[in-house]
Design a protein around this ligand. Structure first.
Ligand SMILES: Cc1ncc(CNC=O)c(N)n1
Length: 230
């Protein structure tokens, strides 16, 4: 690569470049103390319940966000029918996920109707809303979507690795995002993002990188909120 500009090297695998460049921030999200505490089996159950209630509120805001990405794919993608299949699969999974949150909440005695969104959650939901407006390009929205899903996938898959002490009653939660199928789905989203970024202008690439960083920062704040456990 010596003597070559980035332009000559090409823009392929932009997500790889970012994950390498922002590795410590990314690990701050996927190896957060909240996730470590699940993995080590010393999680405080009140933290888990806080996360559960707050994440239910988050996911309800995430559904319209994903629907907005689907809308953008319809007109903004080079391969819209295959992108739409992947994204629609995501919407379908969220339908099941909402039911799972309700079932899980009743299991833990968490009253979902009483949950008040905390500041980090409000900030994250507001950020999602800012990405829903039509002026935000498909490339930016799909990058955010991939990053949001990838953080959860890597975090929870980490709790299922051999030798971890994840409590039995939290295994199902970890499976929900840490399973192989969800991993494949995240890979599909990543491929779409990389394909869009490959043909994007430098201005869009810069905006997408900033969006990626904001997502990871919001994810860290989200875990922090749960870990604080009030
Ligand atoms: C805060 C946050 N980030 C990502 C996800 C995973 N996507 C859908 O479930 C989630 N549930 N919550």
């Amino acid at each position: 690569m010596e003597g070559k500009t980035r332009e000559e090297m090409g823009k392929s695998m932009m997500t790889e470049t970012w994950l390498r460049k922002h590795r410590s921030l990314y690990l701050g999200a996927t190896r957060h103390p909240f996730i470590r505490s699940i993995r080590d089996g010393n999680i405080d159950l009140s933290s888990f319940k806080t996360w559960l209630g707050q994440d239910y509120i988050y996911v309800r805001a995430f559904v319209p966000f994903v629907a907005s990405v689907l809308t953008k794919a319809w007109k903004g993608s080079d391969d819209s029918s295959s992108d739409m299949e992947v994204i629609l699969g995501g919407v379908a999974a969220l339908n099941d996920e909402i039911s799972w949150f309700k079932k899980e909440a009743s299991k833990w005695g968490v009253q979902l109707s009483d949950i008040v969104p905390q500041k980090a959650n409000q900030d994250y939901c507001r950020f999602l809303e800012s990405l829903m407006i039509p002026e935000v390009e498909y490339t930016i929205a799909i990058t955010a979507f991939w990053a949001i899903e990838a953080v959860y996938q890597e975090s929870f898959a980490h709790c299922l690795e051999d030798g971890t002490k994840t409590p039995a009653e939290l295994q199902e939660t970890c499976q929900r995002w840490g399973n192989e199928g969800f991993g494949q789905y995240c890979n599909s989203l990543r491929k779409i993002a990389d394909r869009q970024l490959e043909k994007a202008s430098d201005d869009i690439i810069t905006k997408a990188e900033v969006t990626f960083l904001r997502v990871v920062e919001h994810e860290v704040e989200f875990w922090n909120m749960s870990h604080g456990g009030t």
